[in-house]
Each structure stands twice: as C-alpha cells, then as structure tokens.
Design a protein around this ligand. Structure first.
Ligand code: PAP
Length: 336
C-alpha cells in the first residue's frame, strides 16, 4: 500500500494493484496441483497463482471487438494446432503458404495467449494497434472470460480432448520441462488421482468443457466447439468449418487449387514438429519441441492402467451425463 497526499494535503492510502491481488489471494482457497504448481480457486475454477494477475487483468481490461477471434482450450487439447490453423486461414491472402511465418516461428509466437503473453507483460496493454481480425488464445474458463467477449459479436473457437490423452500429454509435458519448473517429483498414480479430483490448472477439466459446451448449445454462431479427435479424423472438413465460422470461407477456386490441403499440410504435426524452430527453439519457460510429442489419439494406453482408465471413464460418464457430450479414446484406424 502506497501513501500519498489528498487535495488538502493529508496523507491517504492508495491501493496498489499488487496489494489488492495479495488481499484477494488471502481470501481464496489454494492448493498444490499434481504438477506441483500452486493453484487458487476463483469462481469455481483452479487457476495457477503465478497467472492469477494476468487472468484478472484480462477480465478487467480486455475490450473485445466484433471482429476478434478467441481460441479457448483446455491445456494440452490442441492449442498449438488450433493456433496454427486459425492463423493460416485468416492470413492466407497475406502470406503464400510457402512463405508462412509458421515456417520460422512457433504457433505460440504468432498468436498470443492472454494469460501467458498479452497480460503477463503489461497489466493493461494497448491492443488497438493489433491488426484486425485480432486472434487471441486463452485457457480461461467460460465463466471467467471478460464480459466484452461474451457480449460482443466476436467469435470463440473452443477445442478439448478426451481426458485420458489430455492427462497423458500433460504428464509428459511436465517431465519434458521438469528442469524448468520447481515441481517436486510425483508418481503418475498420485498425479492421476489429483487430476481426477479436478486439482489441475484451469480445472476441473469437466467443468471447463461443460462451460463452453453449454455456451455452444446456447449460441452456436458465437461458440464453435471442437474435439481434437474429430480434427485428427478429418482435418480438411474442419479447416473449412473453422474458415466459415470466422467469416473467411474458401472460394471454389481456392478449393480447386488445393488451398485447404496446403493449410492442412503446413499445420500438420509431421510438418510443424520437423521445423528447425520447433525442434530447437524455446520460449522463456518451455522448449517448443515439448508442444509436439506424438500427436496421436489413444497414446494413453502406453501410460495408464486399465483401472485408471476405468476410473476416468466412470467419472466422465457421471460428469457429462445428460449433456450429449462424448469423447473417442481410441484411434479408429489403429484400434481393433
Ligand atoms: P498447450 O495447451 O500447452 O498449448 P497443446 O498444444 O494444447 O498444448 O497440446 C499439445 C498436444 O497437441 C501434444 O499432444 P501429445 O502430448 O499427445 O503428443 C502435441 O503433440 C499435440 N499437437 C501439437 N501440434 C499438433 C498438430 N499440429 N497436430 C496434431 N497434434 C498436435
């Protein structure tokens, strides 16, 4: 808390935003996540304490424009892929595919995430200068999004993934980046138990998914709902669907020229994961290679026991009951 003088020269206290944050944090429940990260419970969701300030700043300051595109995801559900795809669709007339910035930049460098980039660097950055349509990404749950996102005509594209692969991906990401964080060693059983109890960054994952699912059911023109497994099954169909949803449909001419397939190839796991930038580069915190592991449906079978899988599937059944939502947990092409 700072002290200053009022118009009469008496000393008054001025709230420092950092103090306000500390005061709020003291009133909220906190817990260690399975990855060792400290979480705080805010409006029924568990947010990483280290990202709480930028999350609150996003909520307070972000003013959505009708032309904005917001990519929302549960972590490890296809954020990197969705960023690459949306960026390529929107900018296809600006950069020919063979000159795409994605060939030399990681997808996380071409589309900023509110809580990791935009509002982490500055509390209230000037975003007016960002060219339209602006594309932003976030893991923030639907109920904590800034009002202006919900109230404007901007579009939200949400992607999620079956929780068995999501957990497996998260677990491997943690191992891959373990020198860079201070997580205490934890067994996969312990981690899985906590994940199933919802103690996970931006979790509980089922509430995250249901929040966006219900928003999609309520207004499918506003919120597009995607599943990683469906994109793996038919990417060309989904590229066209995304393009139409955000108002950048492909012309017949473009389709004939194979632009959809070109974008599909550019953004594919095989292509992106083999680019130099993604093999050797890193952000301040993460190796870019750790965003490209296997990119498969059903890899959980190499990490989780049948009992673990059964527990998760029962949990999902009870949490998603009546919602109409279901997930594929195997790749149809490889499973028997
Ligand atoms: P993030 O939320 O931390 O940004 P995110 O990109 O959502 O991570 O998830 C990473 C997963 O997407 C990884 O899955 P895996 O661990 O099961 O392999 C990664 O391999 C996969 N992935 C990244 N890029 C692509 C892509 N272009 N196509 C398909 N899958 C991809």
């Amino acid at each position: 808390m700072e002290k200053t003088e009022d118009s009469k020269g008496s000393s008054v206290k001025v709230e420092d935003p950092k103090d306000e944050l500390q005061e709020l944090l003291q009133t909220l429940e906190q817990k260690s996540a399975w990855n060792g990260e400290q979480l705080v419970k805010y409006k029924e969701f568990w947010f990483p304490v280290r990202l709480f300030r930028p999350i609150l700043s996003t909520q307070k300051y972000f003013k959505a424009k009708n032309t904005d595109i917001i990519l929302s995801t549960t972590p490890k559900s296809g954020t990197t892929w969705l960023k690459a795809l949306t960026y390529s669709i929107v900018n296809r007339h600006m950069y020919p595919i063979d000159q795409s910035p994605l060939l030399t930049s990681n997808p996380h460098s071409v589309v900023d995430t509110f809580e990791f980039h935009t509002y982490l660097k500055q509390e209230n950055p000037d975003l007016e200068c960002v060219p339209n349509p602006r594309i932003f990404s976030t893991h923030i749950s639907f109920n904590v999004l800034p009002d202006s996102i919900r109230e404007s005509e901007c579009k939200i594209i949400y992607i999620c993934r079956n929780p068995l692969d999501l957990f497996t991906s998260f677990w491997n990401f943690l191992l891959e980046n373990k020198e860079d964080n201070h997580a205490k060693p934890i067994s996969i059983d312990e981690a899985f138990d906590m994940f199933c109890k919802g103690y996970s960054a931006f979790g509980p994952f089922w509430d995250h998914i249901l929040g966006y699912w219900n928003a999609h059911l309520n207004d499918s023109e506003k919120v597009m709902f995607l599943k990683y497994e469906d994109l793996k099954e038919d990417i060309a169909f989904h590229i066209k669907k995304i393009a139409e949803f955000i108002g950048f449909p492909f012309s017949l001419e473009e389709e004939k020229q194979g632009v959809v397939e070109q974008i599909s190839r550019l953004c594919s796991f095989e292509n992106l994961s083999n680019l130099d930038v993604n093999k050797t580069g890193s952000s301040m915190i993460f190796k870019y290679s750790s965003f490209f592991r296997k990119g498969k449906v059903g890899d959980w079978t190499n990490y989780l026991t049948p009992a673990m899988a059964e527990r998760m599937l029962n949990l999902m059944e009870s949490k998603l009951k009546g919602s109409g939502l279901m997930f594929k947990t195997y790749d149809d092409k490889t499973s028997c």
